[in-house]
Ligand binder design. Structure first.
Ligand SMILES: Nc1nc2c(ncn2[C@@H]2O[C@H](COP(=O)(O)OP(=O)(O)OP(=O)(O)O)[C@@H](O)[C@H]2O)c(=O)[nH]1
Ligand SMILES: [Mg+2]
Length: 224
């Protein structure tokens, strides 16, 4: 089985090198970084560590970066695509837990969950928003999920071919779930650790961004 690790990245030059190095040390030779119009050296640092870097000329968002990356990985013969964050919040050792059920033919997608076994040190407010989001999306799409916005997933080739992302920014996470539901793609949640560090909290999404994501998500539903 060819496993590709796909990392959407925006201005992550401080962490991306270490992340690629750790993935390579775990034996993942195929690491693809989408440098999404970063203003820093994200792509160059990733390439130095042996990753393949693809570049968007302007910042188009995490959804658009995943779309570019999934297309590239499929073209290059990936059987499983693992999506992984660039900010060092995920653990490369846990990828095997996500790909195993796909290799066994048990399921088409494995979704990481930080809440299934409470494997996170997320701050209280972030926890509240994330749990609320998972509850809302589970209801909307008739799924059974504890974590709907986890960047760590393993997607089989068959599922990747069925999923068509149209949301460029963070709303893609709900779009993936919508398509899992509508296209009857089999899924399984797997407990994974998500580390919140000073870097990730200062650098990443703010809790209030959840409102913007929700608004965009609902607006997209309305205009369709
Ligand atoms: N390609 C691309 N990647 C992005 C963009 N914004 C964030 N990312 C990447 O997406 C990953 C997750 O982004 P975060 O902002 O940390 O979001 P998050 O992990 O869902 O939120 P936290 O719970 O706060 O960590 C990281 O690898 C970022 O570099 C973007 O505009 N384009
Ligand atoms: Mg993050």
């Amino acid at each position: 089985m060819n496993i590709s690790v796909l990392i959407p990245a925006f201005n992550e030059e401080k962490k991306i090198g270490e992340v690629v190095r750790k993935l390579k040390a775990q034996g993942y030779g195929d690491v693809v970084v989408i440098d999404d119009g970063s203003e820093d050296k994200t792509g160059i640092v990733a390439e130095k560590e042996g990753a393949k870097a693809l570049y968007h000329v302007i910042n188009r968002g995490q959804g658009a970066a995943l779309k570019t990356g999934i297309k590239y990985c499929l073209r290059n013969g990936a059987d499983i695509i693992v999506t992984f964050d660039a900010d060092d919040q995920h653990s490369p050792e846990e990828i095997s837990k996500l790909v195993e059920p796909i290799i066994n033919g048990e399921t088409e997608i494995c979704i990481g969950s930080r809440f299934l076994k409470n494997t996170t040190n997320a701050p209280f407010v972030r926890r509240l928003f994330l749990r609320g989001g998972a509850l809302l999306l589970s209801r909307m799409y008739k799924l059974n999920l504890t974590d709907s916005h986890n960047g760590l997933r393993a997607i089989s080739k068959s599922a990747a071919e069925k999923i068509n992302l149209t949301a460029d920014r963070m709303e893609h996470a709900s779009e993936i779930l919508e398509q899992i539901s509508k296209k009857n793609i089999s899924y399984k949640e797997i407990p994974v650790t998500i580390r919140y560090t000073e870097y990730s909290l200062n650098h990443g999404q703010k809790s209030w961004d959840a409102f913007r994501i929700l608004y965009r998500m609902l607006f997209r539903r309305l205009i369709r």
